[in-house]
Design a binder for this molecule. Structure first.
Ligand code: HEM
Length: 334
């Protein structure tokens, strides 16, 4: 049941243009000029709201004080923000330890100097559009969630305010290319990402990390990459769906639904950011020769043999190998 206090409506409703307030039986005297917000809040039972009267059809607009909002804020402060911090810092530390212990995964046979096309221009354009938009979304999202602890002390209020405003714009507009790219990525690579028995073997053998010189066979994408692919497709869809609800709250019934969407958005995004940190590590410093696949589109055949032996066999059968000159120029292999 909703409590209505004369004074609350008079004081707060005057600013918001509420019509005549209603008085209910309350332990505090609503006409006392000394009535305080805390007294009004103390008088509320769990789930109750202090509301005014409005003449527009949106009931939510009548709410003046909704103590349950504090549960949502408390959850964000105590859980969501911490989950995000642990996901990001924990993953970075784990990758650092992994790098220190294992070092860079080398092309064991050295570079052959002959390359094979791994991704065409279209695939690379989609990948980098998705990557750049995701990174901008991640950074602006992190700023909204925890920027007040880690950025504000550095920048001060004015610069932090401007940065956060620009970040919010970036977050709203770059969500669109990101969502489009997730859909295209799904359509473009789903046929290479259907799980099969080879993936179990790849996982059992730790992707070749457990025994040096022994690499489990893989087709175009190995089990680790399939996890990233499905993480991006499923995680990206969920983060997009919850983000759209936050952007267009009119589709939701109540403020509580919006709060649930916000919590889901923050938690799923945290998981995705941790996964993508691992992906960026593997695609850059972690594995020699991997980045070529997404820059030039060509990979060395010895890299392909080590990481994707079955895919290489299929491609060789099509005669798809090139020779690279010392200046990087490409000529067909004899
Ligand atoms: C600086 C950032 C990034 C770098 C350096 C990078 C690098 C790479 C590389 C080298 C590959 C090809 C691996 C191969 O040849 O098998 C790849 C594939 C892929 N990337 Fe990225 N990437 C980045 C960011 C992202 C982001 C932000 C996303 C999605 C949100 C993403 C999603 C994917 C997916 C789904 C694949 C295919 C599966 C896989 O190889 O794991 N990448 N990336």
């Amino acid at each position: 049941m909703t409590l209505r206090f004369k004074l609350a409506a008079l004081v707060l409703g005057a600013t918001l243009g509420f019509s005549a307030p209603v008085m209910a039986q309350q332990p505090v005297n609503p006409t006392a000029s000394s009535v305080q917000e805390q007294q009004l809040l103390d008088a509320l039972k769990p789930g109750e709201t202090i509301s005014g009267r409005i003449s527009i059809p949106d009931d939510n607009a009548a709410d003046l004080q909704k103590p349950s909002n504090k549960d949502w804020m408390g959850f964000n402060l105590k859980v969501s923000d911490r989950v995000m911090g642990v996901a990001l810092v924990g993953t970075l530390l784990a990758l650092l330890v992994f790098f220190v212990v294992k070092g860079r995964l080398k092309i064991e046979a050295g570079r052959a100097g002959r390359t094979i096309t791994r991704f065409n221009v279209f695939e690379r354009t989609v990948h980098w559009t998705m990557a750049i938009s995701f990174i901008a979304l991640a950074l602006s999202g992190i700023n909204v969630a925890v920027g007040r602890y880690i950025v504000l002390p550095w920048l001060g209020y004015e610069a932090f305010g401007s940065l956060t405003y620009l970040g919010k714009l970036a977050h709203h507009y770059l969500a669109w290319p990101f969502m489009v790219c997730v859909v295209i990525t799904f359509l473009m690579w789903v046929r290479h990402n259907i799980p099969n028995k080879l993936d179990l073997r790849w996982l059992k053998e730790g992707g070749g990390l457990l025994v040096k010189g022994k690499h489990p066979p893989a087709k175009k994408f190995n089990a680790g990459q399939k996890i990233v692919f499905w993480g991006v497709v499923v995680g990206g869809s969920l983060v997009a769906a919850s983000g759209l609800l936050l952007m267009f709250p009119y589709f939701l019934d109540s403020a509580t639904d919006w709060q649930l969407a916000q919590i889901a958005h923050a938690l799923i995004a945290s998981g995705m950011m941790a996964m993508i940190l691992g992906h960026i590590y593997i695609g850059t410093v972690g594995t020699e020769g991997a980045l070529d696949a997404m820059t030039t589109g060509q990979v060395d055949v010895n890299w392909a043999e080590q990481h994707h032996s079955l895919w290489l066999e299929e491609e060789l059968a099509k005669g798809a190998v090139q020779r690279r000159g010392p200046g990087g120029e490409v000529t067909p292999a004899e």
